[in-house]
Design a protein around this ligand. Structure first.
Ligand code: SER
Length: 313
């Protein structure tokens, strides 16, 4: 059966590309995009669009009934750097929206749920390299705490109520179509914009801060293939580790320099340094590879080529 999909937070960095990818696969009328405000005219022009507040259960429920929604992708969230500034707002948005969707799935109003988790679930006591799927998790950020709690609830709803919920711990995501907002890994996008505009970049993380990252094309492919996988093969119902590439600011700067010869980088770490220092440098994603055949395609060179050529256009 063709799913009827609702994307909540469709105007965001992931949502905007996911919406278009799902519309390509299932047909425009099968994918309802929604967000708290319409700041992506392309989405609204290319198919059904609803104004929806992710914390308002009645609004979500009536949208689901009206459109006969089967699958929900809950992409609305407050990211790590902003969440440190507004802890209670972040907790409210990140947790209540998840409970609304999990409850609707438990009550059989929808069939399948995708919810994004993050490398932020890990903390300073987690092994830093090839961080395993199951390991010490003591996140020290508001965002990480909300994502770890969310993962536990996803697994709980699956085990106790049979909810078909699927999730990925996204690394920092690099994309050119829609800017991210308020994340710690955002520097890896800013740097391309500034390299083209100014030929230089002042980085808010220090040069040796290695973080797990991924190109958006890979992230979208992973998300859709996890959602299309047979239910039996989705053995982890908290959230899957997923790896793309790992690099630090000086390494990305060196690759950019190959394409823009005069490019220079300087470093001025701010409060985001502490967040980045609490996260892993690389991720072991063998469970995702084994269970549903995950494989990443974009390395740093391929990401850089694609970013610069698309931003130039
Ligand atoms: N990219 C996100 C952030 O930096 C992590 O999930 O907040």
């Amino acid at each position: 059966m063709t799913p009827k999909i609702l994307i909540i937070g469709a105007c965001g960095q992931i949502g905007s590309e996911l919406t278009l990818a799902l519309r390509d696969i299932y047909g425009v009328s099968q994918v309802v995009a929604s967000d708290i405000r319409n700041n992506n005219p392309e989405l609204a022009a290319s198919g059904p669009f609803e104004i929806l507040d992710a914390t308002n259960k009645e609004q979500i429920e009536s949208c689901i009934e009206e459109h006969g929604i089967t699958d929900v992708y809950l992409m609305a969230a407050m990211l790590s750097a902003t969440a440190e500034k507004y802890p209670d707002k972040a907790w409210n948005l990140n947790m209540n929206s998840l409970f609304h969707i999990l409850d609707l799935a438990r009550d059989k109003k929808i069939k399948k749920v995708f919810w994004p988790s993050s490398i932020a679930v890990f903390g300073p006591s987690t092994p830093k390299e090839h961080t395993p799927q199951q390991t010490i998790m003591e996140p020290s950020t508001v965002y990480g705490i909300s994502k770890l709690a969310g993962e536990r609830w996803c697994e709980y709803y699956h085990k106790n109520y049979g909810v078909d919920v699927r999730s990925i711990r996204y690394p920092g995501l690099i994309s050119w179509k829609t800017l991210p907002g308020g994340g710690t890994t955002d520097y890896a996008i800013d740097i391309y914009h500034q390299a083209l505009e100014k030929g230089s970049y002042e980085c808010f993380l220090d040069e040796k801060t290695t973080l797990p990252m991924m190109y958006m094309d890979d992230a979208i492919r992973a998300t859709i293939s996890l959602m299309q996988a047979e239910s039996d093969s989705v053995k982890i119902r908290s959230s899957y580790n997923l790896a793309g590439v790992s690099f630090n600011p000086s390494e990305i700067a060196a690759v950019i320099k190959k394409h823009i010869s005069g490019f220079s980088i300087s470093y001025k770490p701010d409060f985001r340094q502490k967040i980045a220092d609490s996260w892993p440098g690389s991720i072991d994603d063998s469970a995702a590879r084994d269970h549903w055949g995950w494989e990443s395609k974009f390395d740093l060179e391929a990401i850089t080529k694609d970013m610069l050529s698309n931003l130039r256009n």
